[in-house]
Write a protein that binds this ligand. Structure first.
Ligand code: FES
Length: 145
C-alpha cells in the first residue's frame, strides 16, 4: 500500500469497505474565506471561487461540496479538506482557484478506497504537494494504557 510519506498506519477494519461495496459518501470542505496571493479582501474571495470550481466539478459525481469560513490553514493559502465517515480526514493547502477538479478526483478515489485512505497512486499532484495533515478517525485510536 502506498501511503503519504513514510508513515506507517493501521488500516481500517476491512469490514468498512469491500471490493464490491458501493462508493462511500465523501464531502469536500472548501474555505471560502481564503484570499488570493495578493491578500486582497475583494469579494468573491479566491476561496469562494475554488468552492464554486469544486461544486461544478462534483456535480453528477455524488460528491458533496460545502463552504466553511476558515480551516485554520490560512498560511497555506487556498485550503480544503476531504472527509469520509469512519475514515481518515485530509487537509490540503496551496490550492488554486482551478483546483476543483483535483479535489473531486481525490474525493472520488477516496469514495472507492478499501482501506479508509486516499490512495497515493492517482492522486492529483496538488493533493500530494498540498497535503497539510491527515487525521485518523476516532475509532482507529487505541487508548494508551
Ligand atoms: S481563511 Fe482560509 S483557512 Fe483560514
Amino acid at each position: 500500500m502506498e501511503l503519504d510519506g513514510n508513515l506507517s498506519v493501521e488500516t481500517l477494519d476491512a469490514s468498512c469497505e469491500g471490493e464490491n461495496s458501493p462508493a462511500a459518501h465523501v464531502t469536500i470542505l472548501v474555505c471560502s474565506s481564503c484570499r488570493d496571493e495578493t491578500g486582497s479582501d475583494a469579494h468573491p474571495r479566491a476561496g469562494a471561487k475554488l468552492a464554486e470550481s469544486a461544486r461544478a466539478a462534483g456535480e453528477n459525481h455524488g460528491i458533496t461540496v460545502r463552504s466553511v469560513e476558515c480551516l485554520g490553514n490560512c498560511k497555506r493559502r487556498l485550503s480544503a479538506a476531504i472527509l469520509r465517515d469512519g475514515s481518515w480526514s485530509y487537509v490540503f493547502g496551496d490550492l488554486a482557484i482551478t483546483s476543483g477538479d483535483d479535489l473531486v478526483t481525490g474525493a472520488k478515489l477516496f469514495a472507492t478506497s478499501t482501506d479508509g485512505l486516499i490512495p497515493w497512486r492517482g492522486r492529483p499532484d496538488s493533493l500530494k504537494r498540498g497535503l497539510v495533515a491527515r487525521i485518523p478517525p476516532l475509532d482507529l485510536i487505541k487508548e494508551d494504557k
